[in-house]
Design a protein around this ligand. Structure first.
Ligand SMILES: [Zn+2]
Length: 502
């Protein structure tokens, strides 16, 4: 139903930024006590210099391998970053995985950005935020000016704790990254909290995979009660009004996914086709003005057999149905996703889009719906009468990398009311409530297909239905062939134009 465009969300967070800067002044805990100042005689403060590897990654370390090695030594977590990964680009997605009452639902995104790990002088590693709103071909002279006007923000600086074997890796302690308030990753604005308390925040787990690292941290936020009589900021219906005055602990999930090293060829947006899009100003082009380039967001489907008229894709689009979904609705959710197969067949792809049940904790303890490698249709225990289909795309090319659709429990109530009102005169099944489950299932299937449509890159299309003449929509044979609406990306769910006598 309603969509949550990635861009709009990001803009919203950016615009809110200045108002929050003033209260973003939590002191950063020091990695090591500052040297010199106040040093006691005879006391040598620990050095910031890299230590021998074995002294940092001791034999007690629990190590997991993946994109980077992740070591846990007691309560400390270390990333061992291969030098070959420095300078590469990653998408960083922050989500609230478990929240508190009144502040949205688990699985809602907080923000998305492109980041890069970079070597600094004096044994430092920087995590930088990369902005793609202005670009230029790096081979052109103007690229220098574009870079100079758009310096990449350092989100956090780390001391190299040790150099790895053969000097090929840098080991850094990453605790602060997940347990202190970094404006760009923080849930504070969403929670409407005043501060975050690092002493009541800790890392739950960090799991590296070949293409991504998933981290989860419990973070405790505090909100100071507004003075009596002060105006209250209105709450967002989807995210709530924020936490109550006092403290709240939430679980925040951080996904860091490697962006494709071989970026997809972008496709220019054409306003006649309603795709979601990304844009940037490309100063490297030959036109006599700064050219804004707009690209559509789309999945990267490539034929296994490029010469075949019909081929399976190299990598199909896979949606997992949340294990929290009520059992009786699951088959309808799967059907709603796979309804799109027909459209892809017209484009020469077989089995382009597939739905599967998400594994249970027992089947795959490593599966996490927040894992950015997986697109998941989440079922949320909420009285909100809606569903939304946002997606995450590569800001360089528009390639859709992942999507998590949100199904709020009470979407069923909305479906029931709409169907009752719009089709009640035509369909006996709804003339007595509750309506049968198979009918509700069909309505859920329709919503699933519509939301998947958004995550395939389509905006709403409320115009196309104006091409269907009213008398045709009342003509049984015509509707049988053409349907009552040309697109399921409209809100014209049910044929309420047809009358009982038609
Ligand atoms: Zn919609």
């Amino acid at each position: 139903m309603r969509r949550t465009p990635t861009l709009a969300l990001t803009l919203c967070l950016l615009l809110m930024a200045p108002a929050f800067v003033l209260i973003a002044q939590d002191p950063m805990p020091q990695e090591t006590p500052p040297a010199a100042a106040g040093a006691r005689p005879g006391f040598t403060p620990p050095s910031n210099d890299p230590q021998p590897y074995e002294k940092v990654i001791t034999k007690d370390a629990k190590t997991k391998s993946g994109l980077f090695k992740v070591h846990q030594v007691k309560d400390k977590f270390y990333y061992e970053i291969p030098k070959s990964e420095l300078g590469k680009e990653y998408l960083w997605v922050t989500q609230i995985a478990r929240t508190t009452l009144g502040v949205g639902y688990g699985g809602q995104a907080l923000g998305r950005r492109v980041v890069r790990w970079e070597m600094g002088d004096n044994n430092k590693i920087y995590l930088r935020n990369i902005n793609y709103s202005v670009v230029a071909d790096p081979k052109l002279p103007i690229a220098q000016a574009v870079e100079a006007s758009n310096n990449d923000t350092i989100l956090m600086a780390f001391n190299v704790a040790a150099w790895g074997p053969n000097n090929e890796t840098a080991v850094i302690e990453v605790g602060r990254l997940f347990t202190t308030d970094i404006f760009e990753f923080s849930a504070r604005q969403r929670l409407n909290a005043t501060t975050m308390d690092p002493t009541r925040s800790f890392i739950e787990r960090i799991s590296p995979y070949p293409q991504n690292i998933e981290a989860e941290a419990s973070q405790t936020y505090t909100r100071i009660a507004p003075p009596a009589g002060a105006p209250q900021a209105p709450g967002n219906p989807f995210t709530g009004a924020g936490i109550n005055p006092g403290s709240a602990t939430v679980v925040v999930h951080f996904s860091m996914v490697k962006l494709p090293e071989n970026p997809m060829m972008p496709r220019l947006f054409d306003e006649r086709v309603g795709y979601f899009s990304i844009n940037n100003f490309d100063y490297g082009r030959d036109e006599h003005r700064a050219q804004q380039r707009t690209y559509i967001t789309r999945w990267r489907l490539e034929k296994k057999d490029p010469n075949a008229e019909m081929s399976e894709p190299v990598k199909p689009i896979v949606y997992y149905i949340d294990a929290a979904t009520p059992v009786k609705w699951r088959p309808f959710m799967i059907k709603g996703v796979e309804k799109w197969q027909k459209a892809f067949e017209a484009a020469g792809f077989k089995n382009a889009i597939i739905a599967k049940m998400a594994p249970t904790k027992k089947e795959d303890p490593d599966f996490s719906p927040e894992d950015a490698r997986y697109s998941v249709i989440r079922w949320l225990p909420s009285t909100i009468e809606n569903a939304s289909g946002p997606h995450v795309s590569d800001p360089r090319t528009g390639e859709i990398l992942e999507s998590d659709i949100q199904f709020y429990h009470n979407i069923m109530n909305l479906q029931r009311s709409w169907y009752f009102l719009q089709a009640g005169a035509l369909d006996k099944r709804v003339q007595k409530l509750p309506m049968p489950d198979d009918l509700m299932g069909t309505l859920i299937e329709y919503v699933a297909a519509h939301e998947v449509g958004h995550t395939l890159g389509f905006q709403h299309n409320m115009k196309a239905s104006s091409n269907y003449p009213q008398d045709k929509v009342r003509d049984r044979n015509w509707v049988h062939k053409m349907g009552h609406t040309p697109t399921l990306m409209d809100y014209s769910r049910f044929n309420y134009v047809a009358q009982p006598e038609d």
